[in-house]
Design a protein around this ligand. Structure first.
Ligand code: ADP
Ligand code: MG
Length: 296
């Protein structure tokens, strides 16, 4: 409970700081072209990190400036999937040792990476000047067309803060019954916290399209019946040996084997997301809205 309170206090303080300082200047990026996509799941090990890394790469390959934020504060491992070893992470920013722009890591694959830190809740313990600098520095994230956030599994406070703040939430599940139950549990907790739209499903490791559809329909029907919520099936990714192989090679599967089924699935998800941007971004852009929600 302590960590939850710390987090809440941190967000409140940061929000007050934003108000005091005034929000950072609007980005140069064109209106309506920014997306903040947070990837979560009820159960762990269902493929969030692989989806985050490869989705970011797919968006980059489609010509969009994309940054991955490793928000899995317990088991940060986007860097492993990308075969990168960033020297600095958010913790160094929070400690005041680095500026955010200094820790943005340019990966060999194209997308940039901001590594997470398990000390994120230490935002509560920062001195005023450091916190102000941190909040101000978040403004540089507005230079991206896409911010893809990999989160930890479950419904902890850290995770839900990211999920609630993002415009688009992708809930990943496999067809496994426990994963499906936990995915529904996460949707329920998001709904309880007030989210009514832009909850998207990704069914990963499907044995067949028919099987994947069945799983998605089950979740959609329950959400409709018990939560009065429309959940969209954003896409599906096949069970694919290439994913396992790519993880061992520490490469995104989309780079290792662009023609594999998993790559095709992720590209389709990227395309669907790209089709959403125009209607979804408000005046301040999705990234601006994300920052405002996270800190206000
Ligand atoms: N589409 C897939 N096909 C085959 N294996 C997969 C697929 N997606 C994920 N995996 C396996 O699951 C493991 C966990 O994936 P990961 O992205 O780390 O999950 P999470 O971030 O949700 O914990 C991967 O290392 C890989 O072995
Ligand atoms: Mg992960």
């Amino acid at each position: 409970m302590g960590a939850v309170e710390d987090q809440t206090t941190a967000l409140r303080r940061a929000m007050a700081e934003v108000k005091r300082q005034g929000a950072p200047a609007p980005a140069a990026a064109p209106r309506g072209r920014q997306r903040v996509i947070a990837i979560g799941s009820g159960k762990g090990g269902v493929g969030k990190t692989n989806l985050s890394a490869n989705l970011a790469l797919a968006l980059h390959l489609a010509g969009e400036k994309t940054c991955i934020l490793d928000g899995d504060l317990g088991l940060s491992n986007v860097n492993i999937v990308l075969g990168e070893l960033p020297k600095w992470n958010l913790f160094h920013v929070l400690k005041g040792e680095k500026k955010l722009e200094e820790i943005v890591f340019r990966t060999q694959w194209g997308p940039d990476l901001v590594a997470g830190a398990s000390g994120f809740q230490e935002l509560a313990n920062l001195d005023d000047a450091t916190r102000a600098r941190f909040v101000e520095s978040l403004g540089i994230l507005r230079a991206y067309d896409n911010l893809v956030i990999d989160t930890g599994a479950g419904i902890g406070a850290n995770v839900t803060a990211f999920l609630q703040a993002a415009r688009q939430v992708l809930i990943v599940t496999t067809p496994e019954p426990t994963a499906v139950t936990d995915a529904y549990g996460l949707i329920k907790s998001l709904a309880a916290a007030g989210r009514t739209e832009n909850i998207n499903l990704v069914i990963n490791r499907i044995p067949s399209v028919a099987e994947g559809r069945k799983v998605a329909e089950r979740i959609r029907a329950i959400a409709r019946q018990f939560l009065r919520l429309e959940v969209e099936l954003l896409g599906m990714v096949h069970e694919d040996e290439a994913v396992v192989k790519a993880v061992y090679q520490r490469k995104p599967f989309l780079a290792m084997d662009p023609k594999c089924r998993a790559s095709a699935g992720v590209r389709a998800i990227a395309e669907r997301l790209r089709g959403k941007s125009a209607e979804d971004a408000g005046d301040e852009g999705a990234l601006g809205a994300f920052l405002r929600r996270l800190f206000g």
